[in-house]
Design a binder for this molecule. Sequence first.
Ligand code: FAD
Ligand code: NAD
Ligand code: NAD
Length: 515
Amino acid sequence: EEEDTAEAEKDTAATETAAVSVPKHEKDFYPYILIGAGTASFAAMEAIREKDPSAAILIIGNENIEPYMRPPLSKEMWFNKSEETTEKLSFKDWQGKERNIVLQGKEKIESLDQETLEKIESAESGVKLLTGVTVSDLNVAEQTITLNSGKVLKYGKVLLATGGVPKTLPVLAGAGEGKVTTFRSVEDFKKLHALVKSADKRIVIVGGGFLGSELAVAISHYGKDKNVKVTQVFPEDGNMGLVFPRYLSKWTTSQVEQEGVVVKANSRVASTKAVGDQVELTLENGEKVVADHVVVAVGIEANVDLAKKAGLELDEIRGGVVVNAELLARRNVYCAGDMTSFHDVALGRRRVEHYDNAILGGRVAGQNMASDTLHKTYKHQSMFWSDLGPHIGYEAVGILDSKLSTVSIWTKKPTAASADSSADKKDESATESAVEKEGKRERATATPLPAEAVKVEDKEKYNKGLVLYLKDKKIVGLLMWNNFGKVDDARKILGQVYDTEKVEALVKPFGIHEE
Ligand code: FAD
Ligand code: NAD
Ligand code: NAD
């Protein structure tokens, strides 16, 4: 992190002049207001306090809980061995350490209610949190926000970190009251967990992306001894079909099926109706699936309600609020996390819906908010990760889009079936997919076979590898498959021109041949 260290030095110099040029000790004035009590706000709050240790910060969130991490809600929380662990919202992380989903840091967060807020004469040093409160208006010119109670507060700097709102499908409307739910919050987790716990449930998950795939595996695992059946329905060829190259998406599906999930790929729901206490879904091919409950996981929309009303510039293509590389939307208005369309100086304009982006972006926004002179660029590439059952875990950086050309390198030489299913028209995997254990690269030459030929027994086939995503001959994304701790190496390669002749040297740091 050389660049960051250099900037950190500059940052220290800037701390002296960090004071925000706005009136202090005025009633209802807060030098820093963070809207949305999620991951990005939490990270921003920590960064502000690091730079401006006496900062008075007000965080406002409309959930009834302190900032927490969502990732365990679709993974670890369903793998807890005891229900008590789950009840206190704890989980075992991958190292076996018990943790709580509530974010822990150095700062003490003091909970407030609106009555107490009313009595504050002048904001004092420290972090205050208002939960269960929605901010309904932002006035950029006046530097004020309005709470849903009508209360107006003034800010020095404000952060919008309002996250995203899950989408749903109109076709699911006929299912009956409460039978179809989205999944984003800890409340959603509690409800679904309670339902699945009561045994014999038929759960249908609509969507084959990050959330649908993780939840399908997690619920199926949790429900194994409770006679719970999970069916997953989505339009792509395989799980994570918009992200992984086709052959890998297909293979991932075989692994999700191994976990007990009935996967209906290439399927869409055509209609739904309530039948007794259940829901009957008819798929476009006429097939009927009965469910006690349907979870829709078909993506999110950046939550820009507040920003739109405030007249901030919106990204019509990607969704989200348009900010520059310093995460600044307008004077004294910053954005971070899922709802932010930012200028990535290496990869161009992007909106990223992952945890590490919320942490790293939140930090940069916080650092810039705490200084009138810093103007730090958000250029440290965020990572993301996922687990799908016992044989799949990955980390990634950059743009992972299955529409891009890809080059894949695997420890083992894939058998004909797997190498060739990758010979999708836009997928270059077949040309580079086979890397022998000794490190000798070999070109796959066999004739393409249908991807269905991928056999579940070939577990080791995709045990460890690397997928490069290419755009305009440049490497714009890296997927490290069952290969952890290589994110920094991946960051170094991101943006480089891809050269077939130099691929061996390029992938050396990833240790793919070393097992
Ligand atoms: P959020 O965490 O959504 O926080 C925004 C908060 O603002 C919310 O609490 C919202 O209610 C509140 N809010 C919105 N509008 C207002 C308003 N007007 N007034 C007051 N409050 C408001 N990413 C990964 O990289 N890896 C994973 O494994 C992973 N797993 C995930 C699992 C699940 C189940 C989900 C849902 C997401 C997962 N993600 C994962 C994505 C990651 O959690 C998000 O990218 C991250 O939470 C984004 O943080 P944020 O601060 O932008 O938004
Ligand atoms: P997503 O964008 O990852 O997936 C969207 C999916 O919706 C597509 O893969 C597709 O299968 C499905 N879809 C779209 N239209 C459909 C239709 N008509 N019928 C059936 N399916 C349809 O979003 P998600 O999986 O819903 O996840 C929600 C959010 O949570 C995202 O922001 C995601 O990044 C985040 N999340 C991230 C992780 C992680 O990083 N490991 C894990 C869970 C959730
Ligand atoms: P975490 O919530 O502590 O961190 C998740 C990621 O967010 C980190 O990798 C980091 O990049 C980022 N992050 C978190 N807090 C940060 C901060 N204050 N500043 C900057 N970045 C921050 O989750 P975790 O307990 O580390 O578990 C998830 C991680 O574990 C993922 O990275 C996953 O790939 C990894 N994992 C590793 C293995 C393995 O075998 N080595 C297995 C499973 C998962």
